[in-house]
Ligand binder design. Sequence first.
Ligand code: ZN
Ligand code: ZN
Length: 475
Amino acid sequence: MEIKCLGGVKEIGGNKILVEHKGTRIFLDFGMSFNQYLKYFSEYLNPRKSRGLKDFFELNLLPDIEGIYREDYLYHMGLPDEKRSINGVFLSHAHADHAQYIHFLRKDIPIYCNKATYLILKVIEETGVGSFSDLITMCDSFTFYRNTKDTLSKVNRKTKGSVKNRRFVIMEPEKPVEIGSLKLEMLPVDHSLPGASGCIVYSDEGNLVYTGDIRFHGYNEDKSKRFVEKASSVNTRWMICEGTRIDKTDKDSEENVKKKISSLISESKGMVFVEHPIRDLDRVTTIFKATKENNRTFVVTLKQAYLIESLGKLSPFNLDDVKILLLPREWGLIYSRREDLNLITKEFHPKKEYKKWERDLIWGENNNQIENAITYEELRENPTKYVISMNMWEINQLIDIKPKNAIWIKSSCEPFSDEMMIDEERKDHWLKHFNIRKFSAHASGHASGDEIKQMIKKINPEELIPIHTEHPEMF
Ligand SMILES: [Zn+2]
Ligand SMILES: [Zn+2]
């Protein structure tokens, strides 16, 4: 078996591991390297979609390999047709640094992952912005057709027949599937995203264990333990092990985050805002529980609500247990008091301003707003009744909410790029303007150095391959 790490080496994320065995070739993850990307690009400077894969190859954001990239991009770049050269891609989880760049892959490459990962990718595709998010479907790019006015139109997602599905193979825990000469087994682990998993690749030359991103201090700790137990029972020849926090000794605890948030809420005499990663449903559960302990109601964003609804039974709670904050869009119809507009008519319903997924969520078939949608007015009238999920993209809502005696709990990781640093400063200005006191309560999505060491000792591989770490030498 040959193992090539084409991303994630000496950096956190961007995992793209090519495994070859007797003519069978699979990728373990196909993620985006933020590090590499931010070296050249920013919010205002992006890769040129018009040049297809060129910018990505030039700056080493994607490996230049034949037979893996989508046909529409190759055609646009004037490159010849290629034959598919890999048998499949396993996705450990739906974080961008592991999954985002499947956008560039051919649609006939089977993607192996579990149900939660598939559903999260679907939500990201449906609610996302940006031009590189064909995750579960693929829309023909750079394709034109002759329209009814006999001029050229560019194909988009609304064009009939332009959107095609990728080939997903939904995996069940501990039920291996055969891919060519290999056998692949998915094993769920604890991490800051639902569906996170590691895997074991079985071959007649020995077995390979891949941790994906893993921790032992969240609500799914048992899954990580089971992963280690299973991996230590199979005679591991190679272990590809993440090491985000290999240099950290302190053990985090999601339970402690809950205690801290709960006590901050209980001491607060006003509104409580919590900033957190919206897809980390462990953290969302933590905040939800801390909110309930204090007899308040958790108010979430539309995106959060859509994720909860999409995950269905895989979500730790359902939409009836929370409230959804409605934000005005460009025309502000939802908050308009202009009676001359006679707003709630069929032709001029506020829902016209919202995207389809938002419309379906807020207004049912009969145009009635769902009961658990609330507005800033309700928050302003009852500041101590709620705990509000808030983030930098929606912080301007504070102008309407006008909080008094409020606190802000930052429940996300510390800034690690210049842009995040600037955002943090900008946030401080907002908080100062509204006299909001800032606190923090966070636990990482990754195991500590000691936990990683113990895991490796138990699995006891012949060869250890560090990945997703800035300190491979510590292994
Ligand atoms: Zn990662
Ligand atoms: Zn991750």
